[in-house]
Design a protein around this ligand. Sequence first.
Ligand code: HAM
Length: 424
Amino acid sequence: MSGSAAKIKVPRGTFDVLGEDAAARAAVESRARALLEGAGYERIETPAFEATELFARGVGASTDIVQKEMYTFADASQRSLTLRPEGTAPVCRAYVEHGMHKRRQPVKLWYLSSFFRHERAQAGRYRQFWQVGAEALGSEDPAVDAESIALLAHLLGDLGVAPVRLRLSSLGSPAARAEYREQLQRHLRAHEDRLSQDVRARIDLNPLRAFDSDHPATRAVLESAPLLRDFLVAEDAAHFAEVRAMLDAAGVPYELDPTLVRGLDYYTRTVFEFTSEKLGAQSGVGGGGRYDGLVEQLAGPPTPGMGWAAGIERILLAGPAAPPAAVAPDLFVAFEAVTEARHAPRVAFVLLAEARAAGLTAQMELAGRSLKGQLSHANALGARYVAILDPDGAAALKDMAAGDQRTLPADAVVHAVLRAQHAL
Ligand code: HAM
């Protein structure tokens, strides 16, 4: 093989998941599964790519995601497909496609999947990233909103992501928002010369995004801008009051933030975001809200919905530094350097299979180390017991914690380890 071939690296904004990082991710997944399935959420998997139309219609044509961040391509039959940039529109598509409105409502679904956005890559912001998400479809009860938010608060707490801030707001109904939009546009136009170019360019398409700006003169203009909360109709205000009362009763702390803007168009009523200072510029750990019109927009029956997603990488960045320990083997099977061809590794292999069949975690020597090297390797793995096979079918079973050792037939090793574990 030629030694001159150039190395190939992962594309910008993507990464390999290795070793301790994989273990830390698995720990997040198992905690999320226990919590969400315990709350009646069922796992859902949707395809990594969907018809482009799903996101154009579902996420909204004026959003950054649809305008500039989607990985869109034509397949061999010239269909326009897009790598999913988010999970809510696909879940709603699946709800419609599988007639889930006929099930008992609300239908509660959770996912942990990778998503794709062509964003400027930096710490905490990637082009392929993972989200854990939960969606409850089919009920507009404010208890659904409060429970959904409380579940994410609980998950972040369990995973040691602290301190976090919870920002909460209500966007009301589309009609109220349309009226508010007009008023905000009027205000922004009246002060157009002081706005950043970016905000000026978006007055028509997406004036609410002005609240995301950190341009000082723009921020000054926004201080006197009308606020959406003053436009909520009575039912939306009552719905929001009930969500807040339930969070208060459950002791979930939050800050009301009438300028909270989410980067997706489907939200109605409740919206929220958890942020962590530990994350710097990309401070959003997770967020979501209600999307009462989305299923209908995707040609389904009128169906309210509420949910959230949290970024796995951001949970890990904002969480405790120590990763969970790798699984230490109950038994490590070592053997003297091969005397007769392959005899010892085969005996070790049989012992390994027996140990696993008995429910033990077990590993064997796989790299031809010296016996001394094998013991040091077993020690580094944190093995509880090491069985050192000799060519005559006997084994020395070493208790790595106590340091003592006894000899027994190789086929008695598993039983001895199980007995010793039982006695502990
Ligand atoms: P989102 O705010 O766009 O909402 O994303 C949710 C979370 O995904 C963010 O808070 C962040 O932790 C993570 N995230 C987003 N983009 C990136 C990125 N480029 N790199 C790393 N992490 C990222 C949604 O996606 C909605 N579907 C949430 C939702 C569910 N709303 C209702 N149901």
